[in-house]
Design a protein around this ligand. Structure first.
Ligand code: AVJ
Ligand code: FE
Length: 449
């Protein structure tokens, strides 16, 4: 979605393309397992895949057919089943959910009516319709659930027929570019004010709004996400056994949960292996580390003599243009993400080697800020000054507070439509089933004469 106001005909094309692309992914993720596995719950952290499918359709019906289109509910009795707030994930398999065939039929029927609605819409008159926001919100909702479903596939591993990697058949990303080994380990970012958040990005969600002036002190940030090789050094140095590196709550969690390595890592003699969608392979030292919780990222950073970047630092590194003083939409500028910019959209089912995507570098020189792995920041998930919940409180507002940490940048699993320099994700600091990694930062020490 561009920042420029689009003619209705152009906007129609953009919306149809985003919704159709999201649906192709949803179908891949749900057609590659049999009925029994669609209704199975693989982890109390995740819904059965069939819940995601019907929930995607239900949100689309709610916002596009009912709110925008003024239609009557198609099946009002099922609404509560797919309301994420009425039933926590752990409870969902016990609900009288629509079976797979009915879920598919429901999603198909809703989508057919939505495509008709797009043809008739003028994209104006109400805030929900302006710039096609409601359609953009729903496209983003579906691709967010596509990421959630891919997480379920990773948890599922090789259990059951049709291990995800084979069915989703993603190829490997290219090897790191020639200059990757010569990159500086960190790059400087100037202190001072910059514009954080947005008031102009048409499909930005409420928690990214409004734009405001944030101030940061000068700092350095890692050029790339922390790699598996660097993380393995932390492990080898006894990092998991030394409470000095861990936040108090993190150490407690590390003890209680018995953490010794990232999720899906195991020790095979002298080398680390990792489970990837049901396959086991040697850990690749130059790949960004994946499946670490905030506490692990925080401990690694302290061990390295560094710290996690704040959310404002991350965003300044990603967006700030010192020449104009303006914040850009993406690290590479204002143009829509292309496959040369970032590893997004489940094109590959893994992060690309550190130093990849030189065309997607930020002006400060940092690479892979967008795509590959979600990056933990040190910040709590809080509203920006002037925030107002829109169009519903349950997207962001009910989560604000110190119990959630912000992640930035987007992983290989999220589509470009739900990924930009201002986009905010959040989760509990103990969570690591998500496609999470991190990079570190340090404050620039003022030079004394
Ligand atoms: C923004 C990823 C935290 O999955 O809980 C999906 C996105 N919100 N349906 C989540 C979301 C409603 C949300 N995250
Ligand atoms: Fe949802």
């Amino acid at each position: 979605m561009t920042e420029a106001q689009l003619e209705p005909e152009t906007l129609r094309g953009v919306i149809a393309r985003e919704l159709t692309g999201a649906r192709q992914r949803t179908e891949l993720l749900t057609d590659c397992v049999d009925e029994a596995d669609l209704v199975r719950q693989y982890s109390p952290l995740m819904s059965p895949l069939v819940w995601d499918l019907a929930h995607i359709a239900n949100q689309e019906e709610l916002w596009l057919l009912r709110e925008v289109g003024g239609r009557e509910p198609m099946h009002p009795e099922i609404d509560p089943l797919y309301d994420a707030f009425e039933h926590p994930r752990a409870e969902r398999p016990t609900l009288p959910l629509l079976p797979p065939a009915e879920s598919r039929a429901y999603a198909h029927e809703v989508r057919g009516r939505v495509l008709d609605l797009i043809e008739r819409s003028r994209f104006g008159g109400t805030r929900l319709l302006a710039d096609g926001f409601a359609f953009g919100m729903i496209a983003q909702h579906e691709v967010q659930h596509d990421e959630t479903m891919l997480i379920t596939h990773q948890i599922r591993g090789s259990r059951g027929p049709g291990a995800a990697a084979a069915v989703l058949s993603a190829s490997a990303p290219s090897p790191a570019p020639a200059d990757a080994s010569r990159l500086p380990s960190e790059v400087p970012v100037p202190g001072g004010p910059f514009t954080m958040g947005t008031s102009t990005e048409p499909w930005a969600l409420d928690n990214e709004r409004p734009a405001y002036t944030a101030e940061v002190a000068p700092f350095f940030i890692d050029t790339t996400p922390v790699t598996c090789g660097a993380y393995a050094e932390f492990i080898a140095d006894g990092g998991y056994d030394d409470p000095r590196w861990w936040a108090a709550a993190g150490w407690q969690h590390r003890q209680r949960a018995g953490l010794t390595a990232p999720l899906y890592w195991s020790r095979d003699g002298k080398q680390w292996t990792r489970g990837v969608f049901g396959a086991t392979e040697p850990v690749r030292p130059d790949e960004p580390v994946l499946h670490v919780c905030w506490y692990e990222a925080d401990a690694y950073a302290r061990w390295a003599g560094r710290r996690l970047p704040t959310e404002a630092e991350w965003e300044k590194a990603a967006r700030f243009d010192p020449a104009t003083g303006l914040s850009r939409r993406y690290p590479w500028g204002n143009s829509e993400p292309q496959s040369s910019h970032a590893n997004l959209g489940q094109a590959f089912l893994r992060p690309a080697p550190a130093g990849s995507y030189p065309a997607g570098a930020a002006l400060c020189g940092a690479r892979q800020l967008i795509g590959d792995v979600w990056e933990w920041t040190s910040s709590d998930f809080l509203p920006y000054p002037g925030f107002s919940a829109w169009p519903y409180r349950e997207y962001s507002e009910v989560f604000f507070g110190p119990e959630y940490k912000v992640l930035r940048g987007g992983s290989f699993a999220v589509s470009p439509v739900a990924c930009r320099g201002t986009f905010r994700n959040w989760d509990y600091p103990i969570r690591r089933q998500i496609f999470s990694g991190f990079r570190t930062a340090r404050s620039a020490v003022a030079e004394t004469a």
